[in-house]
Design a binder for this molecule. Structure first.
Ligand code: NAD
Length: 339
């Protein structure tokens, strides 16, 4: 393995990217990281303020849609690989403002991929000569597969059937990444992960919203009848999966990450309320704040992942189940919202 190499990480001020940078620098102290992030409303530099001491880390504010900035950065740092997290990530926002999702998720991913390809193929070099180094890891979601009924699991062979502008934009970006493998022989890998939760997630997302509204005494909003099911993965387990695929995944392959933690939204709200009742007790249970609100349009009923490929081929296994991961998550948000 070529250590001491510089990796470009995009979107590293966001939820998963920042958890990944922390995880990766602890696991692999000899890598250098450049974190390129636009700092949209979802990016927060306090997410990357506690990196390990030794960290060889640089932050650059910038937009993956800005091709000339990307070209300059590739020239300056001669990146040997890219791990691409940057995206507009909130389904509800994509319903009201799909434009930014198409710009960043589709065109931004294309830009980044194309600049990387040109850099790695420059001169007489083909990508294959730099194969070990020139890896582009695209981070995606299980939402590209659409919605499941009460049974069944998404595998890597499930046909794409995205239903929201968010998942459609991610599905498009996955296809562009795929095409760069088949057309140019570029060393790409894609991971499609289920719903993440854990420290540093933006306030807008379901679990931070439930915890925050509970603690501030507001109504806890649950879409529809609360029966929609998601497969929940603790963010550090996702980071472990990304690390394995980044280092050992087969070029051109996709890997699903997640599994065995299907919970419906109402169950999540009840679990969080029960834990808060113990950790931050008050006279009436937090459960009394749960309120049903109009369902999200086009709300997918169920997502569930078959992760047997990454388990079998790369030895990945989640450490946390929902009940253990949520305890740590709640502790982190209690500390955050107390400040
Ligand atoms: P996030 O919204 O918390 O973070 C996204 C980051 O990208 C932010 O720091 C933002 O400033 C940055 N960004 C946005 N547009 C940019 C642009 N044009 N140029 C540069 N930076 C830009 O998102 P997240 O939850 O951390 O998700 C990260 C990735 O993982 C996304 O690609 C998402 O689709 C994928 N994913 C998320 C989940 C989940 O449950 N959160 C699950 C599976 C996959």
């Amino acid at each position: 393995k070529n250590l001491n190499m510089t990796i470009l990480i995009t979107g590293g001020a966001g939820f998963i990217g920042s958890n990944f940078i922390n995880y990766f620098l602890k696991e692999h102290p000899s890598f250098k990281i450049v974190n390129l992030d636009k700092l949209t409303y979802a990016g927060d530099l306090t997410n990357v303020k506690d990196l390990p001491n030794h960290a060889d880390y640089t932050f650059v504010k910038g937009d993956i849609c800005d091709r000339s900035q990307l070209e300059k950065l590739f020239k300056q740092y001669d990146f040997k690989s890219v791990i691409h997290f940057a995206a507009e990530s909130h389904v509800d926002n994509s319903i009201h403002n799909p434009d930014a999702f198409m710009q960043t998720n589709v065109l931004g991913t294309f830009n980044l991929l194309d600049v990387a390809k040109n850099h790695w193929m420059r001169g007489s070099r083909t990508i294959k000569q730099g194969y070990e180094e020139a890896r582009f890891h695209h981070i995606s979601t299980d939402e590209v597969y659409g919605s499941l009924g009460a049974t069944g699991l998404f595998t890597e062979n499930t046909p794409y059937a995205p239903n929201s502008p968010y998942s459609a934009s991610k599905a498009s970006s996955d296809m562009v990444v795929r095409s760069y493998f088949h057309t140019y022989g570029m060393n790409v890998v894609t991971t499609n992960c289920s719903n993440n939760y854990g420290p540093k997630q933006h306030d807008e997302k379901l679990i931070p919203t439930i915890i925050r509204k509970a603690l501030t005494g507001e109504q806890i909003p649950i879409y529809g009848d609360g029966k929609n099911v998601r497969d929940w993965l603790y963010v550090e387990d996702h980071c472990k999966g990304i690390d394995l695929v980044f280092q050992h995944g087969k070029p051109g392959e996709t890997y699903n990450i997640g599994g065995n933690n299907e919970r419906n939204n109402l169950h999540i709200a009840h679990t969080i309320c029960e834990i808060l009742d113990k950790k931050v007790p008050k006279k009436v249970s937090y459960e009394s704040q749960i309120t049903f609100v109009n369902d999200r349009p086009g709300h997918d009923f169920r997502y569930a992942i078959d992760a047997s490929k990454i388990e079998r081929d790369l030895g990945w296994k989640a450490k946390e189940n929902f009940e253990s991961g949520i305890q740590k998550t709640i502790d982190w948000y209690i500390a955050k919202y107390k400040k």
